[in-house]
Write a protein that binds this ligand. Structure first.
Ligand SMILES: [Zn+2]
Length: 154
């Protein structure tokens, strides 16, 4: 029920974005396919793409949350700043603090990406509106920019 209604939403939003991809695969050029068949193929592809994106993002999110829990646990033991090993321990403490902040940002960013995926807006560049290269999304699952727009922003 939930998945089904979400898929319908995704279809509406993602078909346009998938057009270039479908044309590349030659599906739109197949004269043996009726308009309906092309439409069905698009729907299947859109649902499959969106669901695998969501699954991958959920996995990334679970990993990041797990890491954060570990780091936070390490941070509950405050080092003794005054004596002996204090220097090393202080260094580790600070490393963990930085890691905790980094993970919190990552989690927020992944949650945002997951929301976009559920609404069918995932993988579309925020600036130019073009689909983001899947290879880029593999490395940076929570990116909102295509490689070109990200380079231009730097
Ligand atoms: Zn772009």
């Amino acid at each position: 029920m939930y998945v089904e209604s979400m898929s319908v939403v995704m279809m509406k939003y993602r078909v346009a974005a998938c057009d270039g991809f479908l044309i590349l695969m030659g599906l739109d050029g197949e004269s043996t396919l009726s308009g309906n068949q092309v439409g069905e193929l698009k729907e299947v592809m859109v649902i499959t793409t969106a669901q695998s994106e969501i699954a991958r993002l959920e996995q990334e999110l679970a990993k990041a949350r797990e890491k954060l829990a570990t780091v936070e646990e390490q941070l509950t033991e405050r080092p003794d700043f005054g004596l002996g090993q204090g220097g090393t321990m202080l260094y580790e403490w600070e490393m963990n603090l930085a890691e905790r902040d980094r993970l919190r940002e990552k989690i927020a960013s992944l949650e945002d990406a997951l929301e976009r995926a559920r609404e069918g807006r995932y993988g579309i560049c925020e600036v130019c509106g073009q689909p983001i290269d899947p290879e880029r999304l593999k490395i940076l699952p929570d990116t909102k920019l295509c490689a070109k727009c990200a380079a231009a922003r730097r």
